[in-house]
Design a protein around this ligand. Structure first.
Ligand code: F7E
Length: 329
């Protein structure tokens, strides 16, 4: 059985990837921090099929010990400080975890098990103030947040370890990807959860920031398949993963509210509190290389994705009302 190590296993992407790899017959090892307070809602259904080990991207010896002990065939680095607004509040933590954390992990792999194949969770936020539309693997980066800047470092250190030491290290440049397990602070979940609460009469309005921002939103279940495919290639290469379609936050609201028979204009209030110091106006992927070389294509459309998320949140809110217990994801 191949062994995969996933950092960030308790997050949205980690939970989908763990499910995917278990189905493929992998043994899955998940890295969690000592400070995670048993908050493993997204992987609770997998806990008897995966092994969790404690380490931290800010603590090199803990990473080295785990790579030395388990010698995983594949390492997926999905851990990080991933919420863009927090990166202005905590730019140093963001850089320590997202940027230097990758160097620590790559060093541990180089020293203890250089045969491991390494996947780095890179992001469309690296394109930031975009130099061209759509963005492909050759589009120059122009990050617009400490988060984006940290991810540009992480991308290049991954490329550098590949070129310096011959590691099988790849950077997957993934555009926004969502699911019913997305954190509630991100705009898609913020909208779909609010729609469910409004529908049940628990909330009267939804305060949002910039409604004109456009993103290329896809389904996380499709994106973890792309991560795995990148590590199965003969040669390590970087890939852009997205749908090739962009929608505005306003359209997201339209689709989500109209699905339950409501007009978003009756509920959405623009609140400057949610504006960012520097915004990324539009992200749109050109995923043609992934299609050509990985045979990868998204299977869930934007409307299907938002409907899936609204359905899941209606069910969650119904359960919350029934049990009186708030859900945590
Ligand atoms: O914002 C606008 C906001 O926070 C999307 C992360 O996974 O994807 C994610 O980053 C857009 C932005 O995601 C609200 O200004 C309006 O333009 O859902 P988001 P993100 O910043 O694009 C990339 C690929 C990553 O790598 C990141 O880790 O929506 N927006 N009003 C709002 N956004 C939020 N969160 N809340 C609002 O009220």
């Amino acid at each position: 059985m191949p062994l995969a190590l996933i950092t960030g296993i308790s997050g949205q992407d980690g939970s989908y990837l763990a499910e995917f790899l278990l189905d493929k017959g992998y043994e899955v090892l998940g890295l969690i921090r000592h400070t995670s307070h048993g908050y493993h809602e997204r992987i609770r259904h997998l806990l008897d099929r995966i092994q969790l080990v404690k380490a931290d991207l800010t603590d090199f010896p803990s990473l080295l010990r785990i790579i030395e002990k388990y010698k995983p065939d594949e390492v997926y680095n999905l851990a990080g400080q991933t919420f863009v607004p927090v990166s202005w509040e905590q730019p140093i933590l963001t850089g320590d975890v997202n940027a230097l954390g990758v160097t620590r992990l790559l060093e541990a792999i180089r020293i203890a098990h250089p045969k491991a194949r390494f996947y780095q969770a890179s992001t469309s936020e690296m394109f930031g103030k975009v130099r061209e539309i759509p963005q492909n693997e050759n589009t120059p980066f122009y990050p617009r947040s400490p988060y984006g800047v940290s991810k540009v470092y992480a991308h290049w250190i991954t490329v550098n370890y590949r070129e310096s030491y011959g590691l099988f290290a790849v950077s997957g440049i993934l555009f926004n990807h969502e699911s019913p397990r997305r954190g509630r602070q991100f705009v898609t979940r913020k909208v779909t959860y609010a729609v469910a609460r409004i529908k049940y009469g628990l909330q009267k309005e939804l305060r949002l920031g910039n409604l004109d921002a456009k993103r290329d939103w896809g389904y996380t279940g499709d994106y973890v398949r792309a991560m795995w495919l990148m590590l199965q290639q003969d040669e390590p290469e970087d890939f852009v993963i997205g749908t090739g379609e962009a929608h505005s936050v306003r359209e997201l609201c339209e689709v989500a509210f109209s699905y339950v028979g409501l007009d978003y204009r009756d509920y959405v209030v623009v609140d400057p509190k949610f504006f960012r110091p520097a915004e990324v106006d539009i992200l749109l992927a050109d995923p043609s290389k992934a299609k050509r070389k990985l045979g990868w294509e998204p299977t869930v459309s934007f409307e299907e994705l938002i409907h899936m998320m609204v359905d899941a949140d209606l069910e969650r809110v119904r359960r919350e009302i029934e049990t009186g217990v708030p859900t945590r994801v």
